[in-house]
Ligand binder design. Structure first.
Ligand code: ZN
Length: 111
């Protein structure tokens, strides 16, 4: 996933946990506790969901410094190797190649 896709996923996950009485829109600079009223349990859920959906492991000591949506995206970008070939953090060339191969097998030409 590139930066924009990572941002979309993180924003989406945060939105699913955003069940406060007045649902606030979630932006990159949204602070979980201050803007969304997340408590410790909500933050734990968010931590687990991010790890599950993105197949990463964010250490607790790093997570303690993460207070806003943008902090998660920054962490993902800083802690996963960037691959310029597929424009992804981390590399997904294998998956891209598998999709391309499957499409080609069906006789579809990709331009
Ligand atoms: Zn790649």
């Amino acid at each position: 996933m590139n930066r924009q896709e990572l941002a979309d996923v993180v924003l989406g996950i945060t939105q699913t946990l955003n069940d406060s009485d007045q649902v606030s829109p979630v932006f990159l600079d949204t602070n979980f506790r201050r803007d969304l009223g997340f408590d410790d349990l909500d933050c734990l859920h968010l931590h687990l969901l991010i790890e599950d959906k993105l197949d990463v492991s964010i250490p607790d000591e790093d997570w303690r410094d993460i207070e806003a949506v943008a902090h998660i995206i920054d962490w993902l970008i800083q802690n996963q190797p960037y691959c310029p070939h597929c424009d992804c953090y981390p590399c997904r060339c294998d998956e891209v190649a598998a999709v391309t191969e499957a499409v080609e097998r069906q006789g579809v030409v990709i331009h």
